[in-house]
Design a protein around this ligand. Structure first.
Ligand code: AMP
Length: 187
């Protein structure tokens, strides 16, 4: 089963992805985590993207696509993917459909974690204290939210009329959200 977790920054996609990863023995595919890893390891990719990431801007599709293709085309992960933070643009959503079709896969469920701006800001400010992510300071959070509204939210129109699209109130407690997702997945 392949799942897409969709929503603004701070909606809880990563938390729910990790939960599902354990429950389903699937693989979390977080482009954000993959990119942070490149920065941490100071790779060529890491050096290229650090300023974009710290500024809350999207990383070039060329880089993100390579990372994501590696996972989709990995036979050991076939039909066991939980996308978190990808797709973020209509173009990425279309690419995802193409690559999944190329490998005889599809998206089984799309969960939209819907959370309002005030709650997101509060959550990310708390996360900043724990995870110390350099893109979690207030000015960058606001930029990331605006980018979400302008560029990523239109992906909702691409997904929302599909039968496998499920909207979840992302302002609920972590366990409540997890239980709603489990009920839909029947796991
Ligand atoms: P996240 O961990 O999903 O909040 O992502 C953190 C940052 O990584 C984003 O603000 C972007 O700079 C970059 N990033 C993550 N996923 C993507 C993507 N699908 N396309 C472009 N940039 C991305």
């Amino acid at each position: 089963m392949n799942i897409v977790l969709f929503g603004p920054p701070g909606a809880g996609k990563g938390t729910q992805a990790k939960n599902l990863e354990k429950k389903l023995k699937n693989f979390q595919v977080s482009t954000g985590e993959m990119l942070r890893y490149e920065i941490q390891k100071n790779t060529e990719i890491g050096k290229k993207i650090i300023n974009y990431m710290n500024d809350g801007k999207f990383v070039d599709d060329e880089i993100v696509n390579k990372l994501i293709q590696k996972v989709i085309f990995d036979p050991s992960k076939k039909n066991r993917l939980i996308f978190d933070g990808y797709p973020r643009t209509i173009k990425q959503a279309k690419n995802l459909d193409l690559w999944l079709a190329d490998t005889n896969q599809k998206i089984d469920f799309i969960f939209f974690l819907n959370v309002n701006k005030e709650t997101l800001i509060k959550r990310i400010e708390k996360r900043k204290i724990v995870e110390k992510r350099s893109d979690d300071d207030l000015s960058t959070i606001l930029k990331r939210y605006d980018t979400y509204m302008v560029t990523t939210r239109p992906v909702l129109d691409y997904y929302s009329n599909k039968s496998n699209f499920k909207e979840i109130d992302g302002s609920l407690e972590i366990a409540e959200i997890a239980s709603k997702i489990s009920n839909i997945l029947k796991v």
